[in-house]
Design a protein around this ligand. Sequence first.
Ligand code: IVH
Length: 705
Amino acid sequence: MSAGLRKKAVDALTQAEAEKELKNLAAEIAEHDVAYHREDAPTISDADYDALTRRNTEIEKRFPKLIRADSPSKKVGAAVASGFKKVKHVTPMLSLDNLFSEDDVTDFDARIRRFLKLGADEVIEFTAEPKIDGLSFSARYENGKLTVVATRGDGVEGEDITANIRTIKKGLPEKLVSADLLGQVPKLLEVRGEVYMTKSDFMAMNEAQAKKGGKIFANPRNAAAGSLRQLDTKITAERPLKLFAYAAGAVEGIEWATHWEFLGQLKAWGFPVNTDSKLCKSVKDLVKAYRDLEGRRAKLEYDIDGIVYKINRIDWQKRLGFVSRSPRWAAAHKFPAQQAETVLEKIEIQVGRTGSLTPVARLTPVTVGGVVVSNATLHNQDEIERKDIREGDTVVIQRAGDVIPQIVEVKLDQRPKNAKKYKFPDHCPVCGSKAHREEDEAILRCTGGLFCKAQAVERLRHFVSREAFDIEGMGEKNIEEFFAEGMIKTPADLFKLEKRDTDPLRKLQNREGWGPQSVRKLFDAINARRVISLERFIYALGIRLIGQAKARLLAQHYGSFKDWRKAMMAAARGNAEANAEVQNIESFGESVKDELVAFFAEKQNLEAIDDLADQLDTIEDFVQADTTNSKIAGQTVVFTGNLATMTRSEAKAKAQSLGAKVAGSVSAKTNLVVAGPGAGSKLKEAEKLGVKVISEDDFVALIGG
Ligand code: IVH
């Protein structure tokens, strides 16, 4: 049953009805708890979940005798999942009472005043902190050293995630050292906080997951939880996790007068602490902080679902204490959910540059968090099937910042009777060629190549983009229009535009928004690119898997357009030596080689390349660095610490120009570490591995000043 269907007012319930409903609610909420906390795959929205727990609390308030032993109001989170060691928190991890309106905030303040017997004009300081929507942790420090980290679990006992959380860069400090404490360390301290993923990292990760057919997460919270709770910490290490510290559990051998001071101490110890937290002196201040944060919510780089108010004075916190599962001295003021229901009118297929067919949901426009939304991403075929999303369905969509909205839930009870299961096309919707799904891939691709209009337009867009030919004035809109009017079909056509004294050109000069001057400017921009570097040329072709880095490596390896073309043709003809040669370039391997071979095996691709090369004045050879006198050619170098005479990027560029590889971390493959003042873990690692370490001065001498 969904929350909306529970219509009967609590006041009108009979005792028997209340008893039955409390039993149902306990079972239903427990199910959602497991889905949310243990499987990281909630089946209802946070707002609906809150409505269920609120209803439960209201019924319990009216019928206190009916409160069940397994009541959701007595529980925090979910019991420990199997596979992880259990850790008992020294002090239980509690949750927070929710406030839903500004009146609730006034009541919160009034309750505190009553409890502490404070007059109305006495100032109570509060902190107001963003309520991060992530996964909470408790990190135990004994005599200043990090010993164990656990998830919240059921509040009393959590899962041991020490190894997992240690993979987070700039995360928890291993030791509590800070100058202002003069060497003093607390005997025991539990630092609490939240592990989260930024919205942009979440989007990028989901995109990568969609490509390889991996698990797609509904939101950054689930992605963070799913990434952190991996038995294999290598997976956690690959995920872009971050954390904030914001509270203390057990404390022994140290004291603070206020929570604000405590936050400052955390910062001094090196914990990441949220800089958006504020110190407030009245309910008015709290409401202001709330409105201010809500206004900036969409722009923040992480998801928040509210703001947390905490009494600043620790002695008052102690006096106020706890009620059942939450403190009296803190509360969470929730934001309205950035979710909305709307109708999915149509599922459309978008064709990408390399032929990928991506499903997109066209929605009846609806406002979510102040923004009108009419499209949502559906990722891939598997995702549609897994959620059984159909045209005509009412769906719950969720928006986070600038992120493309996602569908989090299908309202099955509102499905039209005639809704048909969505059948993913087996042909390209634009050119009609067969769509093909490669093994190990979740994405279907149009096999039409350049013959496919959609692919051709996407490729042209890529071709003129900044990192490729960088043709100013040739935006997306122009490409689409010029293509539709038959003026350009392939990259070479761009360079033929000016010479062509034909109808399309006259059309160009006479079109709206264009005069002789703007046409001249466009032609100049195009002409300026008749000289192009080999690496840009290769990258601009838009061959699958050939991004900027690989294009550069190809250019570096083959040196000239002529030699590259010759080698690629040989590989495409099946020449074993040529194949082995490409495959062995640095990070390439078989898949990259296969893509290059497939590209050059297509006659039309080759024609397009040659046609383009004919139009250009020069494809510049790759300039190999002169490394004859270099003492570091072929070596792997790592820079660490501060450099005095040059910036890190300068040092890196210098080393690379002398034929060295620059790495970000020290490993057995490292030949040389250049360490400046302040060098830390990398220097230690180098010493451990016996890697040669030199100073900046030595480095300058080595590279010849
Ligand atoms: S303080 C006893 N501060 O919200 C105080 N919690 O619903 C315990 N949360 O379990 C928590 N941001 O997972 C606190 N700045 C913040 C927070 C925060 C997010 C989460 C945390 C907690 C839940 C309570």
